[in-house]
Design a protein around this ligand. Sequence first.
Ligand SMILES: [Ca+2]
Ligand SMILES: [Ca+2]
Ligand SMILES: [Ca+2]
Ligand SMILES: [Ca+2]
Length: 289
Amino acid sequence: MSRSSGRSASRGSDRRKIGIIIGITTVLILGSLLYFAYGPRPSTLPVDWRMQLFIHDSSIGANLTIPAYIGVQGGIWLSHGLDPLGPSGFAPLSTRDTSGTIYIQSTRCCPVFRIGDFFDIWGQPLNSRCVGLGDRGIYCAGPEDDPAIKYVDSSNDDAWNVTETVVNDISLDGLFDTGEQVLYGTAPSAGTPLEDDFQIFYTDTDNYGYWDPGESVVYDADGDGIYGSGDTVIYGSTPIDGWPLFRSAPAVSIDDEERCMDRNLGLSHNKTWIILIWFALTPPQCGLF
Ligand SMILES: [Ca+2]
Ligand SMILES: [Ca+2]
Ligand SMILES: [Ca+2]
Ligand SMILES: [Ca+2]
């Protein structure tokens, strides 16, 4: 190889090196610009926390889905009293997906936000008796008594007896109408007066708060609010022994510590809350109605 061809090869190699260095530098500069333009930035909000909220329905053994975009512009945003504290386009309490993650964000330090505030923004009731479930309606503690389920008091003793017909008075007019479903016994004639017996309950297996075809209707003879062998199944299948005929008051488990439901309980960073509904009659006993 001649000296001049050696110099030429060396110059070519230097140019490649310079080209590679310029390329890498360009990528680094562009990458940095893009990162600063679009990359994650530390929050400048004085309050910027996350927590998890689940609503556990023991009657189906599953968590209910809390909707995405609660407290987000264009989403579900019913109460606006706390808007001055939220970042632009958001309430101070919001969801961004269906994972149950609540974003707690405030432009001012450091208000206490309460579980009731989140339900207000969602537009759902929450108190020691009732929990709003979004499109699944409202869960409220109390007897599983559907006012439409009535009986014909043939014996005139103001109580249901095993010989007496039970119907679904869907028109709620206290009279049997042609077409109304007979749940037990023989169909009365149209216009027969109907009575309500507060010991007649039903198993609200779909948790919608009223009786549906397929749900058992039970006479709670011993009045203990629980199905047992002394009670009479009027319609449908026999519930399992111990099945509650009263909906228990809602409770809440905060990082595994169970408490009675109170809408004024304060929220805080990184906690897991589970609101318990339809749980069997186990502690905590938060009152039955
Ligand atoms: Ca009777
Ligand atoms: Ca009727
Ligand atoms: Ca039902
Ligand atoms: Ca009973």
